[in-house]
Design a protein around this ligand. Structure first.
Ligand SMILES: [Zn+2]
Length: 549
């Protein structure tokens, strides 16, 4: 039984039955669990040693890419004219709804919204990904994870009219092959195959993939994974192509999932997939995690590389899930000093947390010079969370988001944990406002889920009257240790030339083999429509399919 469950369960509206269970085992620091990330070398000249032909492609694409060998260049040269042609078709200054010409194959139609020339409109700068279907899945009656919180957060965003200040996209559903860029193919295939009705047939295999209590098999599980992972992948690709400065996917941030197994309510690790996507364009990616739990899945994936620096602020001790994230865990091999863990105790408050956060993150950014930042905003670090044990207000949590935004580095923002769902919705709505430089009035406007926000119907989450077990000397010792480790990094590493896979991998299939429903499903239609039509504008809000549980 974890401390989080036994100590704090009584605060929730009902008794949770399922805590995060104790870790089944400590993950071995084996290469088998890593993401495949090309090494960096600390020689800055490496990044300028590209052949002229590949640089030419870079210029034509108007983006900075790390590639390639001559064979990759040849492939890209063959492919690029098709992409550029598709991009020209995409460019439609008159705007309005316009389907792709029939001659544009399905294969390329999937590329078009992403690879079109950057539209330099101001409203392009923030991209927000949401699909109401992600909020309709149900982990089970006693499970603390309630995806319905995503619908609530989205409707708060709409009620504050934040949708008018950013671009709203329905993410594509990630293909199994995209998920397998990090996860093992057999695990992805198993997630695809398993259903509540058939799981009894696979009773022997469920433990191998850690499916069961914490990570149950429920209806539409795979589609749920496809949507939240698709959102983070789309967000990363938009950032790579500079069609936005900040991309938001509150459905993402499932930081515990491992290469070959589920963990801590997480099945597919969208953060690892998103970071791998960003690494195609950026030499260094910084991952910051303010969930109350250690960001173990992301840390583990990049533990041996210096191309990703992971920084996790979390509760540590008392066997709190996942029981990893000691300050002594700093990365290994090329990744030594590129994993940072800030272990905290119960009851940390706004001033202690934000002071430590700002000091460490400022030094990290100054030292590491990331090309992109991924910020996991798990809301279980808020006071009154059903599983958490920190004492942050929404203002304190959002202050961290505001601080990271100020660096003006391409930023991918995701959700994460958060088990008191009305506070999760409040938090992510406020943070959407922060990213849009918009302060939200405290009184919540009327919306579909307004009854959840009573009796005050305000955005405030008061702090608890609880002790902060993090003494000044303890926090100071953490800061000193982290700064010392950062000094070991002489300078930001640069990238070694290497082959990179293309942005998308869309499997080949014969369109004629699909039945009509599959050919023109909602997502396909969405892909073929200009994004102007995906705004949620006043009465045209087409998100009425959200149910609620
Ligand atoms: Zn968490």
């Amino acid at each position: 039984m974890t401390r989080s469950y036994s100590s704090y369960a009584a605060q929730g509206p009902s008794q949770p039955i399922l805590p995060y269970s104790l870790p089944r085992r400590r993950q071995p620091r084996s290469h088998l669990h890593r993401a495949v990330v090309p090494r960096l070398r600390s020689d800055r000249a490496a990044s300028t040693s590209s052949s002229s032909s590949s640089l030419e492609i870079c210029r034509r694409r108007r983006c900075f890419r790390f590639f390639p060998s001559s064979s990759t260049a040849a492939v890209l040269q063959e492919v690029l004219p098709g992409l550029l042609e598709a991009g020209r078709r995409r460019s439609n200054p008159g705007g309005g709804r316009r389907a792709l010409p029939a001659s544009a194959s399905r294969r390329w139609s999937s590329f078009v919204p992403i690879l079109g020339p950057p539209l330099m409109l101001e409203k392009d700068r923030i991209a927000y990904f949401y699909d109401g279907d992600v909020g309709n899945v149900y982990f089970g009656p006693n499970h603390p994870m309630k995806p319905h919180r995503l619908c609530m957060a989205h409707h708060l965003v709409l009620s504050y009219e934040l949708h008018k200040k950013m671009e709203i996209y329905r993410p594509h559903k990630a293909y199994p092959t995209e998920l397998a860029q990090f996860h093992s193919a057999d695990y992805v295939e198993f997630l695809h195959r398993i259903t509540p009705d058939t799981q009894h047939l696979y009773a022997n295999e469920l433990p191998r993939y850690n499916l069961g209590e914490d990570c149950p098999v429920f209806d539409n599980l795979f589609e749920f994974c496809q949507i939240y992972a698709g959102g983070t992948l789309d967000a990363a690709r938009r950032l790579n192509h500079k069609t936005c400065d900040i991309a938001i996917n509150w459905a993402g941030g499932l930081h515990h999932a491992k290469k070959g197994e589920a963990s801590g309510f997480c099945y597919i690790n969208d953060l690892v997939l998103g970071i791998l996507e960003l690494l195609k364009y950026h030499a260094r990616v910084l991952y910051i995690d303010i969930d109350v739990h250690h960001g173990d899945g992301v840390e583990e994936a990049f533990y041996f590389t210096d191309r990703v620096m992971t920084v996790s602020f979390h509760k540590y001790g008392d066997l709190f899930f996942p029981a990893t994230g000691d300050i002594k865990d700093i990365g290994e091999r090329e990744g030594k000093y590129y994993a940072i863990n800030i272990p905290l105790k119960d009851g940390i408050d706004d001033s202690s947390f934000t002071r430590l956060f700002k000091t460490i993150i400022a030094k990290v950014v100054e030292t590491y010079l990331p090309g992109a930042i991924v910020l996991q905003c798990g809301a279980d670090s808020l006071a009154r969370d059903r599983l958490g044990c920190f004492n942050l207000s929404i203002e304190g949590h959002a202050e961290c988001v505001k601080f990271v935004k100020k660096f003006n580095i391409p930023l991918l923002v995701t959700g994460g944990g958060g088990y008191t769902k009305e506070n999760v919705a409040r938090c992510w709505a406020v943070e959407t406002g922060v990213l849009l430089d918009t302060e939200l009035p405290n009184e919540i406007p009327d919306n579909e889920y307004i009854e959840y926000f009573g009796p005050d119907y305000t955005l405030k989450v008061p702090n608890l009257n609880m002790d902060n077990l993090n003494s000044k000397s303890y926090l100071s010792s953490i800061k000193v240790q982290v700064m010392e480790n950062l000094r070991a990094i002489q300078h930001a590493p640069s990238v070694q030339m290497q082959e990179v896979p293309p942005d998308f991998y869309i499997p080949d299939f014969d369109e004629d083999e699909l039945d009509l429903d599959e050919r023109i499903d909602q997502h396909t239609q969405d892909k073929q429509i200009h994004r102007d039509d995906e705004y949620y504008e006043g009465d045209n809000d087409n998100d009425h399919e959200d149910g609620g549980r």
